[in-house]
Design a protein around this ligand. Structure first.
Ligand SMILES: *Cc1c(COP(=O)(O)O)cnc(C)c1O
Length: 419
């Protein structure tokens, strides 16, 4: 069931027509569907039903909005966080500290302290150096903290290079061939309880094979660690499942993913954790925008200039990513156009030579699949302020992030008196 559908010719999110949101909140605005988030959470959990008590930690970086996190907390999800700020959000949204996993190559001293103080469930250590520092901090506080060692399996995830994380040359984890010796060293540190291993090879994966290769390597590592006398009770398989950004594309389903995991991990004898982000949030949101005007230059297709820009949705500018773009009230007429934002940079281009619904000044449209890595990557470039966010629930909706106006950002700036 699709919670983003045309009714009487008007695009709705659940039971709310998008023009009503544009009118009340203005544009551009991210609009999320609670029912879709819940459905994705349930489908993901069902996909893992062949496993014994899997732990699911939503990757907060994909959509850190407090209301979104609250929806997922209510579905029993924990959180995978990569900064102190995300940790604070996860707890504020009602996720239990014990259900929080802390990943990231550059956790600062203050962030390690914060994680210990709030009692998170697991640190995913990404280097021997980090492990030593964490142990010292824990020791000083008289505690031992549960840890997994993140390994870099040197697997090509076959995704965009900027979101590939499991190749030897990527900064993440420790090299697989050094993992056993680093694990042994860290297991001797008095502040650490080494209990498992972790991998995350990248995002927007369209193929299960690289994941299977990585998990198989992880399984061999677990066997090696145990043969060395180490304790391994947990394994974190990360996130990465891709989602369709183009109508008609197909991606591995959570059920196919879960079946592969069950097969590969059958003999591991560990509690498995998962860190899905995009697959939960991506298709649960759209970016609603209004056409400012169209302009022609030369003989080519017109530029349709919308009021959303690369500062609101960075993925096209950053990764050359595709987002389907549809009119909120399509007439059935089509046109070919370049879709651009107002920012003074050519990178502020959402699509070139795209066949789209015919649009003219004042019309509303959406960029689809904008619920993950959308609002969270927003900036205020060109002094445009920060985009607002709305959550729909049936026939009601609420602003879940205010639009931060340029003057509010300016309020935080100072001109020194000596200028
Ligand atoms: C980004 C990230 C995820 C989530 O990736 P998705 O592709 O959104 O599922 C999970 N784990 C770690 C460590 C990450 O960095």
């Amino acid at each position: 069931m699709d919670h983003f559908a045309l009714r009487n010719g008007v695009l709705h999110v659940e039971d709310v027509p998008l023009p009503a949101i544009a009118e009340a909140v203005g544009t551009p605005v991210y609009v999320y569907s609670r029912a879709t988030l819940v459905r994705h959470a349930q489908v993901f959990r069902e996909g893992l039903s062949g496993l014994d008590d899997p732990h699911i930690a939503f990757a907060v970086k994909s959509n850190p909005n407090l209301a979104v996190l609250r929806v997922l907390a209510k579905e029993g999800f924990g959180a995978d966080v990569v900064s102190g700020g995300e940790l604070t959000r996860a707890l504020a949204a009602g996720m239990k500290p014990d259900d929080v996993v802390f990943s990231g190559v550059g956790k600062t001293h203050a962030e390690l302290v914060q994680g210990i103080e709030v009692g998170i469930g697991q640190f995913n250590i990404e280097s021997e150096e980090e492990g030593h520092e964490l142990s010292l901090i824990a020791q000083r506080r008289g505690v031992r903290v549960a840890c997994a060692l993140r390994v870099n399996p040197d697997v090509d995830a076959r995704t965009h290079e900027k979101i590939s994380t499991g190749k030897r040359e990527n900064k993440f984890g420790v090299p697989l061939d050094r993992a056993a010796s680093i694990y042994a060293t860290l297991a001797e540190q008095p502040g650490l309880e080494m209990r498992g291993v972790a991998v995350h090879i990248g995002s927007q994966l369209g193929d299960l094979d690289p994941l299977e290769t990585a998990f198989t390597k992880l399984g061999a590592l677990i066997a090696e660690l145990r043969a060395n006398g180490q304790t391994v009770t947990h394994a974190d398989l990360g996130g990465g499942l891709g989602v369709p950004y183009k109508k008609g594309e197909t991606y591995p389903t959570p059920a196919e993913y879960g079946a592969m995991v069950a097969r590969v991990t059958r003999d591991w004898g560990v509690r498995l954790s998962f860190e899905p982000g995009r697959v939960i949030a991506g298709n649960a949101g759209v970016l609603l925008t209004r056409v400012i005007r169209s302009k022609r230059s030369g003989n080519g297709p017109p530029f349709v200039i919308v009021d959303a820009a690369m500062n609101d949705l960075a993925r096209p500018a950053m990764y050359g990513a595709w987002h389907d773009f549809d009119a909120v009230e399509p007439t059935g007429e089509r046109m070919t156009a370049h879709i651009v934002g107002p920012i003074c940079e050519t990178g502020d281009t959402f699509a070139m030579d795209r066949e789209i619904d015919a649009l003219s000044a004042g019309d509303l449209a959406v960029f689809r699949t904008a619920g993950a890595y959308g609002a969270t990557m927003a900036s205020s470039y060109n002094s445009r302020g920060y985009v607002a966010e709305v959550l729909v629930d049936g026939d009601r909706f609420a602003v879940v992030a205010d639009r931060i106006m340029p003057h509010s950002i300016m309020d935080a700036e100072r001109v020194p008196e000596w200028l």
